[in-house]
Ligand binder design. Structure first.
Ligand code: AQP
Length: 328
């Protein structure tokens, strides 16, 4: 039997090239080597307020983006978290073995709670629900961007703690990070990671941006006071543009240096913009085709929930038995 892969995206904004390079591109590449489950984690999205009608529409949009990015629904499962109640059920059981101090240390919790007047309990519990998502399917590999590495470490800690308290129950998962593109930074502020819920109009290149929007955003990206690319002294803005190019083009470091050293920033930006536009062209075409077929995405999601429900139920049954909870 093939090892299982699990990963997810929150339907909480416009998916951007950071989500693509950090997660989706890698998922499409590795999916055939594993039994793969890719999830739209809507229960995570509501840890901060989402307008209900927008959230509902986003769920199908994100599913269509997964498929357009190359996830093959004949081989891989695409599903919505809230369609399988066992995610929330297992999260409670894991909450009971997780010390609060572990959760308060999470950097994403610190950053997101700092921006809220009242901190919802869900924001603190977020990594436990994420652990439940992964452990529910006994996933061996979790391909994510670098910002999720700390949550993955916590998932491993929770699994190990549960296993040592109640006996071997969960597979302890491994994190899989892409070599380039694991942390794409904001175009307007290269000190901050590109994020769907932060920044102004020039912050992120959305996957559904038009070629002209992509060109405009990249041409306005923050660089530094040098006139041209110098690999020894370049600032974070230039390093980010080069990383974006390299992640799309899949060039080696040597080829990048030979091609870009000494290139003026205006020309660098033009080349990065054209690389992003042309790389996303097949994605845009597939997205148009997928969304033109009424009911197609809903059917994929229904089938996804149907496939994973028995797997989730068997893990919950095992956990209940281990903990001495009531089973019938
Ligand atoms: N900037 C990034 N560079 C590389 N990978 C990234 N990911 C997110 N941002 C970058 C990866 O994309 C996957 C899905 O992310 P998510 O939807 O679960 O939420 P997130 O990590 O919190 O991403 P955002 O874009 O910052 O969303 P918001 O603003 O809604 O919180 C994950 O694998 C993530 O690592």
């Amino acid at each position: 039997m093939k090892a299982r892969v699990f990963s997810g995206v929150q339907p909480s904004g416009n998916l951007h090239i950071g989500n693509y390079l950090g997660a989706l591109k890698n998922w499409a590449k590795i999916q055939y080597g594993y039994e793969s489950i890719f999830c739209i984690v809507d229960l995570h999205a509501v840890t901060v307020y989402q307008e209900p009608a927008t959230l509902r529409a986003k769920i199908e949009e994100i599913a269509a983006i997964f498929l357009a990015a190359g996830i093959d629904p004949k081989h891989s499962t695409v599903m919505v978290q809230s369609a399988v109640a066992a995610h929330a059920e297992l999260a409670w059981m894991l909450t009971c073995v997780t010390p609060v101090g572990w959760l308060e240390r999470m950097t994403q919790y610190k950053a997101k709670s700092a921006a809220q007047e009242t901190i919802g309990d869900g924001l603190l519990q977020y990594p436990v629900l994420m652990a439940a998502d992964i452990l529910l399917y006994q996933a061996a590999i979790v391909p994510v961007g670098d910002d999720q590495a700390q949550h993955l470490e916590l998932t491993r800690d929770i699994a190990q703690r549960f296993n040592s308290l109640y006996g071997e129950t969960f597979v302890v998962p491994q994190t899989s990070l892409p070599l380039v593109g694991a942390r794409v930074m904001g175009l307007d502020d290269p000190e901050k990671k590109m994020s769907k819920s932060a920044g102004g109009a020039g912050h992120a290149v959305a996957l559904l941006d038009t070629p002209d929007q992509i060109r405009k955003k990249i041409m306005r990206a923050t660089t530094d006071s040098n006139p041209a690319v110098d690999f020894e002294t370049m600032g974070p803005g230039v390093a980010n543009l080069l990383a974006i190019f390299q992640a799309f083009a899949e060039w080696t470091d040597d080829r990048m240096k030979a091609h870009f050293a000494g290139l003026r920033y205006g020309d660098l930006k033009k080349q990065v913009a054209e690389m992003v536009v042309s790389s996303l062209e097949p994605f845009r075409r597939r997205y148009r085709e997928i969304t033109a077929e009424p009911g197609y995405v809903a059917g994929v999601l229904e089938e996804g929930a149907r496939r994973v429900t028995p797997v989730a139920a068997s893990t919950v049954q095992l956990v209940k038995e281990r903990m001495g909870l009531y089973t019938c």
